[in-house]
Design a protein. Structure first.
Length: 131
């Protein structure tokens, strides 16, 4: 679904601030990548409970089947942040879906604190020369 307050479309490097408005609230944001571009997708809590009670997914522009899912992949997760690394296979629009807490007190805490979403280009260091 569309976010409650934030714009649904952004460019890589933007920071988005949003809140959940109920159990399993889903917010979907759209952005563009070029083939081979590697990005880091980060979801961080802003107060409330652990971010591990939420899910972060990267989708194509045309399907709801996740290309990458924090619940089912090698996500870097702490109590405060999910972090996914994604490489675009083709030049296209992609989407990030943030799924809110499922049950219990988490929803109240998240709706008060909300979340921060950031998609940024992954910078790689220089390749080392062969010896």
């Amino acid at each position: 679904s569309l976010p409650e307050t934030a714009a649904p479309t952004f460019v890589v490097g933007d920071t988005i601030f949003e809140t959940f408005d109920g159990f399993l609230d889903q917010d979907i944001f759209t952005f563009s990548l070029v083939a081979g571009q590697e990005v880091i997708v980060k979801l961080a809590k802003l107060g409330g409970t652990a971010v591990t009670s939420t899910s972060l997914q990267v989708l194509s522009a045309t399907s709801l089947t996740p290309l990458l899912d924090s619940a089912r992949s090698a996500a870097t997760s702490t109590l405060d942040e999910h972090s996914l690394v994604f490489t675009a296979a083709v030049t296209a629009q992609y989407r990030v879906r943030v799924i809110g807490p499922s049950f219990g007190g988490d929803v109240q805490a998240w709706s008060l604190g909300g979340f921060r979403l950031l998609v940024q280009t992954r910078e790689r260091g220089p390749e080392s020369a062969p010896e």
